[in-house]
Write a new protein. Structure first.
Length: 95
């Protein structure tokens, strides 16, 4: 059963062995257990990662996305509060 406060994170990162554990560690540090984790490596060695977490405030989601965007292997991190409500994603991109 999904909470009314669901946050979806969409991350594009380099396909490196430590990328996914680094990303998931930010959720653990915030005492958050994702309800969904999905990752797929594309042919150009880019990893598409999708994570859903329940019960995060907009501020907490922003902080997690900002920290994810700081990971050197992450190209971009986008989060959407209540994705079923057709809301627009908030994007944090690395240079």
């Amino acid at each position: 059963m999904k909470s009314n406060n669901l946050t979806a994170f969409e991350i594009i990162a380099e396909s490196e062995p430590g990328t996914l554990p680094r990303i998931l560690s930010f959720f653990a540090l915030n005492s958050t257990t994702p309800s969904t984790v999905w990752a797929r490596r594309s042919s150009d060695d880019v990893q598409n990662i999708y994570i859903e977490a329940e019960g995060l405030s907009d501020q907490r989601a922003y902080i997690i996305a900002a920290k994810l965007a700081e990971i050197f292997t992450v190209h971009s991190a986008i989060y959407v509060q209540n994705p079923d409500a057709e809301s627009e994603g908030k994007s944090l991109k690395c240079a």
